[in-house]
Write a protein that binds this ligand. Structure first.
Ligand code: GDG
Length: 499
């Protein structure tokens, strides 16, 4: 059933995210062109925005000298779900480039990213960067409120109050400002927030000097969603200990400003059927008799690449029977390449790959194949399908979609084996995966050995359960769960998640 068929009582949806679901670029003639983003989130959320006559508020990926320059419509050959998002339904947020850099690189990526991944030593705490963060959040809030008012006044909104869905750590302050202005001007709306990264324990969170403001910002919502219950409990705990709120841990409720805010675990899913289809149609890519262990990650210190490479080295040392029979294929997608810390990490990985390959390579075999770059969706699906082991071992990760995409693409019998870190949201929910602590190099090597030698019937059993859960709890189900948590879904369409 299409998602939109079951959304019977949703008002118009206004999505607010740092980036719009497409990027604007100038072509050679200086004209703006739009290139759609193809992620699962955009695919699931865009149809709801379009079908509820809603709006999308975000940064278009380019600084426009003239903020009123018209946004182009999608190209005629664009078949992505955002193609139906007309330019009049898009609200671009424009900020001075220096301020935007302070907000995005200086605060979001240099402070919240490491802190929320429980790596406080990597986080910087600077008042000037946080000031930019607050100003940009205010700009997003103002633009969203204007859009809300326009929608309600024009009569274009559906009958219910519009539903504003704010995404991620870039915009944790916006909700409260939107709520205050909406209450003052008596414009009805519902507000929901979803955090895509972990929410840390209080002892980590309180290191942030302006921690209370962040909580107050998020508590401007009617409902705050996280991937898993642990992050919900961390948030509830922080509200109680930092702000002194009355909380209900069992029912995940926080009292604040005379309102009760719901906190909900909403584990994100993937477009499962699309990945299955890709796995069926993608041409064969790996011409090898070796068993492939596959890693796919943005090149980020949270993803545990150094530990992973060391575990693989230990595997070859301790279990030499795998030499010439097993290869690690690691795809590392360039990310934040202008940041020194990321450049240093790349250096470290380059050297480690060189050292391990230098140590073990034979005339007929290299243990590690390392791709520093992006591969197409087709290639990715082929790698997922042909891999014997999916190795997903972040040091910390909100959810991790790669683990889910890997199982979706495991269409061959007998299937391969998924290894997941317990420090990823996916490790909490994908119960039949092998669990591997990336910090324990020796035992991680043993888990890889176990995966490589697992009997066929056990592989089949584990993979069947993993695939069944991800198929049922796909990204459409996630969007539906969000609507349900907001009270925007008809009761008969609510159903329980498959555990
Ligand atoms: C954040 C949270 C949470 C990767 N390489 C290629 C490629 N990819 C795609 C994968 C996957 C996505 O990138 C990565 O998603 P992750 O979930 O692993 O990680 P983050 O980017 O850190 O995302 C995370 C997520 O938000 C959603 O809430 O799960 O915890 O950190 O979809 O397929 N795609 C292509 N070529 C590549 O080389 N085409």
């Amino acid at each position: 059933k299409l998602l939109i068929d079951v959304v019977t009582s949703t008002g118009s949806m206004i999505v607010v995210s740092n980036r719009l679901p497409f990027v604007l670029k100038r072509n050679e003639e200086g004209k703006l062109e739009r290139t759609a983003s193809a992620g699962g989130l955009v695919t699931a959320v865009a149809p709801v925005v379009i079908n509820t006559n809603g709006l999308w508020v975000g940064w278009p990926g380019i600084h426009l000298e003239d903020p009123n320059e018209p946004i182009p419509e999608s190209r005629p050959d664009d078949i992505t779900p955002t193609a139906g998002l007309k330019s009049e339904k898009v609200v671009t947020v424009q900020v001075d480039p220096v301020k935007f850099d302070d907000y995005y690189n200086g605060c979001c990526n240099a402070t919240f990213w490491p802190l929320f991944h429980s790596m406080p030593d990597r986080a910087i705490f600077r008042g000037d960067k946080y000031k930019a963060y607050t100003e940009v959040n205010k700009e997003f809030a103002d633009r969203t409120f204007e859009a809300l008012k326009r929608l309600v006044k024009s009569g274009e909104a559906e009958n219910e109050p519009p539903l504003i869905w704010i995404h991620d750590y870039h915009l944790m302050l916006a909700a409260n400002w939107i709520r205050q202005t909406a209450e003052e001007e008596e414009v009805p709306c519902k507000l929901g927030f979803f955090l895509h990264i972990p929410f840390p324990p209080w002892d980590i969170f309180r290191l942030f000097p302006w921690a209370d403001e962040i909580l107050q910002g998020m508590l401007g919502c009617d409902m705050v969603g996280f991937h898993i219950t642990d992050y919900c409990l961390n948030f509830v705990d922080c509200c109680q200990r930092s702000l002194g709120c009355r909380v209900d841990r069992k029912n995940l409720l926080v009292e604040h400003g005379g309102r009760t805010v719901r906190v909900r675990p909403l584990p994100i899913g993937i477009p499962f059927d699309r990945f299955v289809e890709l796995a069926h149609t993608a041409p064969k890519l790996l011409s090898t008799n070796q068993k492939i262990i596959l890693g796919v990650d943005r090149l980020d210190y949270t993803k545990g690449l150094v530990n992973r490479l060391k575990s693989f080295e230990t595997l070859l040392e301790k279990h030499p029977e795998h030499k010439e029979k097993v290869s690690l294929l690691q795809i590392a997608v360039p990310s934040r390449t202008d940041v020194k810390e990321y450049q240093e990490l790349k250096e470290e990985i380059d050297q480690l790959v060189g050292r391990i390959n230098g140590r073990f390579t034979t005339p007929n075999w290299s243990p590690i194949r390392y791709i520093f770059g992006c591969v197409s969706q087709d290639e990715l699906a082929a790698f997922y399908r042909e891999a014997y082991v999916g190795l997903v071992t972040p040091l910390r990760d909100g959810m991790n979609l790669v683990a889910k995409e890997f199982v979706a693409c495991q269409i061959n019998t007998p299937p391969g084996v998924l290894i997941v870190s317990p420090f990823a949201g996916a490790g909490e929910t994908m119960h039949e995966a092998l669990i591997c602590n990336p910090y324990e190099i020796d035992s991680a090597a043993e888990v890889i050995h176990r995966a490589l030698t697992m009997p066929e019937d056990e592989r089949i059993l584990r993979m069947n359960y993993l695939r069944r859960r991800e198929k049922l709890n796909d990204v459409n189900y996630w969007t539906k769960s969000f609507l349900s948590a907001m009270g925007s879904l008809s009761a008969q369409e609510d159903h329980d998640e498959v555990g």
